[in-house]
Design a protein around this ligand. Sequence first.
Ligand code: EPU
Length: 337
Amino acid sequence: MTTSGENTTLLPFNTFGIDVKAARIREVRTVQELQQALKSIRPPVLILGGGSNILFTHDWPGTVILNRIRGIEQVRRFKNRVWVRIGAGEVWHQFVEWAVRHQLGGVENLSLIPGLVGAAPVQNIGAYGVELKDIFIRLEAIEMATGKRRVFNRKQCRFGYRESIFKHTAKGKYCITTVTLSLSTDQHQLRTEYGAIQQTLDEMGIGNPGIADISRAVMQIRSSKLPDPARIGNCGSFFKNPEVGIEVLERIREHHPAVPHYPLPDQRVKIPAGWLIEQCGWKGKRVGNTGCYDKQALVLVNYGGATGSEVRQLAHDIIDSVAERFGIRLEPEVNIL
Ligand code: EPU
């Protein structure tokens, strides 16, 4: 069944579970349907995948296109690798399961990330030591103003930490239709160095892990820390982990010798935003229908019936209190509309 309609609630289409309306909503299943739709729709246009990184604070006055272009194809084979082209409307985790089932390596650390494949390059999804850019080959997109097809390679996507050109100069201009990734067919380079993975594998009694074991370990870690959006509305990490100069770390260390941090090039460090937020007393705190999740302070949640403005207000209050206490301004990772 295809979804389309006027003045339709977006509640089922965003994992925060915010009840706003779209003037029009249109589902597309093929590139041709998308091109056809772009000719006739009412602006402004919003392309929505799984709605897992978006906070709606008002009704959408134009058309929402639900990208449901599907399909998984092996397009090129090499000695130890294969290029796989995935429709942007595939569910990301279902694709990961497909890869694990076919013994293809590279995405197992990215298990259970909510959302659809088309959104993965927009914010260069990452978890447990792996980022999408590490395996990315290219994506195909349709330019919304012209309906023309365009290909972006890795360099053109300008990936960074939860960043790409699609959050900057290309924002709102393209609809991603397929993503091509390079996966390993043997001699997989397993990434187990992220502390929690090794610890979970040890707890599971696995000494010589394969792709499927890592996927299972990641799923276990994620489900123990992150709320299931089907039960409690959320968008995963609400903020990015701030990258600061070493002098900022030294200043924090005077009062908090055990502040966690990860080294970056150029004398900079990344400090977990979850730690900063927890230190300010927000972890597990509920404010009206929204709150800061009790198992991971980086996640803001909707306990039911929260509005986008309520969540945004909580986010601002957290930003202000972290800035006041630590002199660091957190930036949202979630797209606030
Ligand atoms: N921490 C706290 N209190 C908290 C949460 C975290 O003190 O409430 C500290 C702990 O020291 C912990 C450290 O922060 O060891 C790191 O926490 P965690 O491993 O949970 O990772 P994160 O830095 O909070 C990032 C990503 C997640 C990703 C994990 C694992 C960002 C913004 N978030 O979170 O991505 O799953 O690492 O790789 O980079 C997402 O983007 O939506 C997301 C869930």
